[in-house]
Design a protein. Structure first.
Length: 146
């Protein structure tokens, strides 16, 4: 198959690192793609488009620290809340919760908010960092003995 970019080379299926940029973050995803023998252009074959998209999404979320749809849903379920209740708890619209749980990429700030309001360890780390930044003395932690 001729190259779509230069029309000179032939496209060969091979495993290569494909560069991507999302919201200013540059990264590469290794996948089986078509590479031009002449100009080096990379194309994702039709039979790999969905899987490649999942790899790009997963890599970006990991690098940017953004929760996955499953992680958001699990956080809501841990709190035993409906999507409407969870939206009210976070101070966002219910439609946002529905979109995020369907796989739409939330902003980093929304992902951080979910962590802060659903993960006690994350809330504690945030509290400790805030006290250090403000120069506040932190109260002694009380550990319960069960």
């Amino acid at each position: 198959m001729k190259c779509f970019d230069c029309s000179e080379g032939r496209l060969k299926r091979t495993v290569a690192k494909v560069p991507h940029e999302i919201r200013g973050l540059q990264f590469e995803v290794e996948d089986e793609v078509l590479v031009c023998s002449h100009c080096g252009a990379i194309s994702v074959p039709w039979d790999r488009v969905d899987e490649h998209g999942r790899r790009v999404d997963a890599t970006y979320r990991r690098l940017a620290g953004i929760l996955t749809a499953d992680q958001i849903r699990e956080a809501r379920h841990r709190l035993r809340m409906s999507q409407r209740e969870f939206a009210g708890y976070l101070g966002v619209g219910e439609a946002s919760i529905k979109r995020w749980e369907a796989g739409v990429l939330p902003d980093k700030s929304s992902s951080d908010l979910i962590r802060l309001k659903t993960d006690p360890d994350e809330a504690r780390r945030n509290y400790d960092a805030l006290c250090r930044r403000l120069g506040l003395r932190q109260p002694e932690r009380v550990r319960s003995v069960i």
